[in-house]
Design a protein around this ligand. Sequence first.
Ligand SMILES: [Fe+2]
Length: 305
Amino acid sequence: VPFEDRVGRLDAITRGLTLAARYPLVRTIALGAPQLARIRGAVTHYLWSALSAYFRTEVFALREDLLEAYGGRLLKLPNITPGGLVLVKEPMVLSYNALHRAVADAFAEIGLPAHFSHGLFPINVRLAEGTPNARVDSRPRASAKVHTDIWAGDPIGAVGFMLPLLGDIERVRVDWFEPRAMPDHLLCALADYDHGTPVAADAERYADGWQRGGLLMFDSFALHQTQRPGPGLRVSLDFRCVARQQVASDGAMADVPRTLLPMDDWLDYGHGRVLVTQDPLVPYTQPDRPAAGYPVVIGTRPLAE
Ligand SMILES: [Fe+2]
């Protein structure tokens, strides 16, 4: 079995859970309709709070089909990185914390925290466009290239999570692949995902890892690629956790330019503490290069003394 230790770790984490899809390096965990509705509502409010704060003279209704109704305006928000990250800014602080709480509660309800020592902070909200964009898609670390998140700087021992939530999920999808092997010299951050092309070229595609209503969990060796089939928008969440069970192929845990929080602290946002930022919602002026961490200065405050 290729990657036996890594596959075994995912088996241990998903034991007893209802899976909507199961591949060696990628699992889709079924979430309950109430859990999904809470998270979907919270992410809709997160986007709505950005729209209403930025376009001060326009009316935005908080509606289920926010993406379909206001997609053009969403794409004009100033806090979206070239990679589609919808950054948290001061007007969105309250809605971020409500969203984090909804995600952390679902994570805890299905029993996942016991398997992880740390969570990467904050949770990423991503707006993906279906329309190909040569400028964006040819960037050295474009998500439209086949890659593993190790090449983006994530820890090898990290387990990734993605949750497709709104919009054209079926079309503006992420495709998943299993490499035949992962050579040691590719177990590090790469300046350009093209350096991994030999591994990506003969990887095996997983048919349907990506599904509406499922929390996708993936090993850091899983290759993936954002698909751009034509006009359409999709919103998904992504975050990483560090597995308690480290396996031989994780190697030594290198210093990573990410904010790792102990699992209990990560779970506490929106409960006993809140993320804060003073960063105003104004045009994004940072250079388009990989940020060494979250590109907004964020802090934490306790909710009660
Ligand atoms: Fe990725």
